[in-house]
Design a protein around this ligand. Structure first.
Ligand code: NAP
Length: 338
């Protein structure tokens, strides 16, 4: 058994090396929209894997040059889309997301019309909430663009020493105009057409197994789309991320009780004006670290986590109730103590 296990793991390592070599031989051209704190952070690593072109509202020409990234102002979207982009990563603030996407649509449509293949780039979002951008991208993007929704669960602070073992959440959302079923896709990684009435989805049932397949599944566009998604995902994989395939819906449910509550506590504790003291405990050190890491992010980001995740208000209400419960417990104990 042991020797079989060792042989399998050698085979797996060889396949992985082969995959990386194949992917490396065809590097992607990646456009980044939103070159703020997070956009710059991912651009540095992307630049080691392919060609990067960035655009943003502010002027980052010099900064981008220092990173080996081409910079084109957001006021010139035609120029940005003229760069034969394989992938476009949307890294703007959550609050400006919809407006930015809407503003880019005419240039995106023109670039698709002028391209030889009539296919658009793969559009990826990295927002810290997921259901909201998913819906906007599905509603607004032309069907020639595939969609991948992602959330790297780290940033410039937690990822400053590399991305190894950090969680990267993703949902393959749309390929070749077929919306993948959020839940089934994340569990089984199997193509399953949406039942959305607005989508032009043609499907067939496999004889025997009863599995539902899309007629697009073996089309060239589908295979190319899948390949491009895998090449993009492999960047994160190669950097050592823990790859988590999860539906946008589930992401938001988990994130409200992990990420949002951390930011909420960081902001609340930060508002107390806490400072290091000469007698700090390890526990207090961690409290100060939470304050530092959460308040380093923009208030726009914090507001976005609240406003655009439907579970966040619930988290606030539960926290209030818990505060009341704990204070009540203290008062009761004090009463009984007399
Ligand atoms: P942010 O404050 O959420 O976003 C800043 C970015 O949004 C900048 O590129 C800024 O462009 C752009 N922006 C803001 N208002 C705009 C407007 N009205 N029109 C066009 N662009 C506008 O800070 P961030 O940390 O860089 O986050 C960017 C995205 O990454 C967010 O969606 C966030 O949820 C996600 N994310 C962040 C982290 C993190 O640790 N920070 C981790 C994972 C995911 P200019 O700089 O050109 O003004």
């Amino acid at each position: 058994m042991k020797s079989k296990e060792a042989a399998l793991s050698r085979l797996l390592a060889a396949v992985r090396r082969e995959k990386i070599a194949a992917l490396r031989s065809r590097p992607l051209t990646i456009g980044i929209i939103g070159f703020g704190r997070f956009g710059q952070f991912i651009a540095k690593t992307f630049a080691e894997h392919g060609t990067v072109v960035a655009t943003s509202r502010s002027d980052y020409t010099e900064l981008a040059r220092g990173m080996g990234v081409e910079y084109i102002p957001l006021s010139n979207p035609d120029e940005f889309f003229s760069r034969n982009l394989d992938v476009v990563v949307l890294a703007t603030s959550i609050v400006s997301f919809e407006g930015t996407v809407r503003g880019l649509l005419p240039s995106l449509a023109r670039s698709i019309e002028e391209s030889e293949t009539r296919r658009g780039p793969l559009i990826v979002d990295v927002l810290s909430v997921k259901d909201y951008p998913r819906q906007i991208l599905l509603d607004l993007l032309p069907k020639e663009c595939d969609i991948l929704c992602t959330h790297p669960m780290f940033g410039p602070d937690s990822g400053k020493n590399g991305w190894h073992d950090l969680n990267f959440v993703y949902e393959r959302t749309r390929i070749d105009a077929v919306i993948l079923d959020q839940v089934k896709e994340s569990k089984k990684n199997v193509l399953h057409p949406s039942v959305d009435k607005n989508e032009d989805v043609e499907s067939f049932v496999e004889e025997g197994s009863g599995k539902i397949h899309s007629v697009h599944e073996h089309s060239e566009a589908h295979i190319e789309g899948m390949d491009r998604i895998e090449r993009f995902l492999s960047i994160w994989e190669e950097e050592g991320c823990r790859m988590v395939s999860l539906s946008c819906r589930d992401h938001d449910m988990y994130a409200a009780n992990s990420q949002f509550i951390t930011h909420l506590m960081g902001r609340i504790l930060g508002a107390q004006g806490l400072e290091p003291t000469p007698i700090d405990t390890k526990g207090f050190d961690s409290v100060l670290r939470v304050i530092d890491s959460t308040t380093a992010d923009s208030f726009d980001l914090f507001y976005g986590l609240y406003k655009y995740n439907q579970n966040s208000m619930d988290t606030i209400m539960k926290l209030r109730d818990s505060m009341d419960d704990v204070v009540e417990q203290l008062s009761m104990m004090e009463l009984n103590d007399k």
